[in-house]
Design a protein around this ligand. Structure first.
Ligand SMILES: [Ca+2]
Ligand SMILES: [Ca+2]
Ligand SMILES: [Ca+2]
Length: 470
């Protein structure tokens, strides 16, 4: 037993002692050559410049990163094919970090193809790539993580100009976190993201000015795709049709077949479904068809537009559940066709909608936040237990004892819930500092936890002071 332990420790020592190598790549040299030379755990460090090549990780657990970020470090595929290929069961230890990927042109994934792999992609920019499917990225089986990435000006003849998650061959999910999709264009579905039988987790992403011709200018969920979409902003995305007899659906999002995404703390603003001919454009915000069962909690719709259903268009046998939300677009907010239903509770619907706790009164928005005289303050579902603790501003989701309607909770800084932030709140704030290490606070101090780290400290009081001074 003793010998055994020693052998194990020796082996462990060998592993720990084997220091990972860093292989430097400078302009004129080949990144692929460095990847070929790299072993498990090694780092390939790419120095500023443009590298005209296409690369393949060959499944290696290698970190490929730039020394100075994506604004000065580019891999340009020069329209020769997919720029970055990641397959052969690569796991999260296969890392792409801080590079700009451009000039990709492929059938599946112009910028990057992920096939049966789950790499980590951080701080990358995918710009001006093109593919038949997945203009920037195509994922077929795997759970890649995209963190802090920008997808801009990518195009596809088919669907998913930004990312196409294609799950018909096996589990395809993954994560999009803190990503930005802007000005991507799909001739088919999913101006930014197309999910087909795929359910990724999408958190704190911005979808801006993406375009799709058929449906889902932001996200198009098809097959059985049920992503969770939390703390996301959909702004000025647009689906359109120019031809008589052709419909278009979902300025921000479309859900078809049995897709049942869950949307929490999301904003839908000035998205549109547009047609040259009357009554062909449905769902300025969302369109739901087939047997889609999406649910929306604490979402705010403002300024969206379509021929039918300025916020929501529902058809087929879709069943939509809405709670704690604001639908204030200026037209008929919800249209149901076929046997579709919309169950709306504790929400403010401009054109009115029957349901428990609903109102239709001016929500008194200022940059989509509730003003102190808003009827949406403390009128959300009294039994609501938020799955996440924060609102879209990153503050506590529930303040003053009851959740509000909309993506932003009212009352940060207002300890005593009198809807005014003043010196009395500041005095209370000092009482929420509970010791030299500060530490967790008692109930009621959430309103003063600006950073929402479950601790009221001097940083929070500084933020409160700023609010008082404004
Ligand atoms: Ca509240
Ligand atoms: Ca107060
Ligand atoms: Ca804090």
């Amino acid at each position: 037993m003793r010998t055994m332990t020693a052998v194990v420790l020796l082996a462990l020592g060998a592993v720990l002692g084997a220091s990972a190598a860093t292989i430097h790549v400078y302009p004129g040299a080949s990144i692929q050559a460095a990847l070929n030379a790299a072993g498990t755990g090694d780092e390939v460090l790419v120095h500023p410049g443009t590298y005209n090549e296409r690369i393949d990780f060959h499944g290696k657990a290698v970190t490929l990163r730039s020394s100075d970020g994506p604004s000065v470090t580019t891999i340009d595929g020069q329209q020769g094919g997919t720029v970055v290929t990641c397959g052969t069961a690569a796991g999260p230890g296969t890392v792409l970090d801080g590079l700009r990927i451009t000039g990709g042109q492929g059938e599946n994934g112009g910028g990057m193809g992920v096939f049966g792999a789950s790499p980590t992609v951080r701080n990358c920019v995918f710009a001006s790539n093109h593919a038949q499917y997945g203009g920037a990225v195509f994922v077929q089986v795997g759970q890649p993580q995209f963190i802090g990435c920008i997808f801009s000006l990518n195009t596809t003849d088919g669907s998913g100009a930004g990312v196409y998650f294609y799950g018909e061959m096996g589990l395809t999910a993954g994560t999009l976190r803190d990503c930005r999709f802007e000005n991507n264009t799909a001739k088919g579905r999913g101006g930014a993201v197309r999910n087909w039988v795929s359910s990724p987790t999408i958190v704190r992403c911005v979808f801006y000015a993406n375009h799709a011709r058929v449906e889902g200018a932001g996200i198009a969920n098809g097959g059985a795709s049920s992503p969770t979409v939390t703390d996301c902003v959909f702004y000025a995305n647009r689906t359109d049709t120019m031809f008589s007899g052709y419909n278009c659906y979902g300025g921000a999002m479309s859900n078809t077949e049995t897709s049942s995404p869950v949307l929490v703390n999301c904003v839908f603003q000035v998205n549109s479904a547009v047609s040259l001919y009357p009554n062909l454009a449905r769902g300025g915000g969302l369109s739901n068809a087939g047997s889609a069962h999406p649910s929306l909690v604490n979402c705010t719709f403002s300024g969206n537009h379509a021929d039918m259903g300025w916020a929501l268009s529902n058809s087929g046998s879709a069943q939509v559940a809405v709670s704690n939300s604001i639908l204030w677009d200026g037209g008929v907010e919800i249209v149901n066709e076929g046997s579709a239903t919309a169950t709306v509770r504790y929400s403010d619907v401009q054109s009115g909608w029957a349901g428990t706790g609903n109102v239709h009164a001016d929500p008194r928005l200022n940059e989509l936040r509730l003003q102190s005289d808003s009827p949406c303050i403390n009128t959300g579902d009294p039994n609501y237990a938020p799955p996440g603790g924060i609102d879209l501003d990153g503050h506590a989701r529930v303040l003053c004892g009851r959740v509000d309607m909309g993506a932003y909770e009212f009352g940060i800084g207002d300890y005593d819930c009198d809807r005014v932030v003043d010196g009395q709140d500041f005095v209370a704030g000092v009482s929420c500092l509970t010791g030299p290490d500060l530490g967790p606070y008692g109930a009621g101090c959430e309103a003063l936890d600006f950073e929402y780290d479950r601790d009221v400290d001097l940083i929070d009081l500084a933020a409160l002071q700023t609010l008082l001074g404004s």
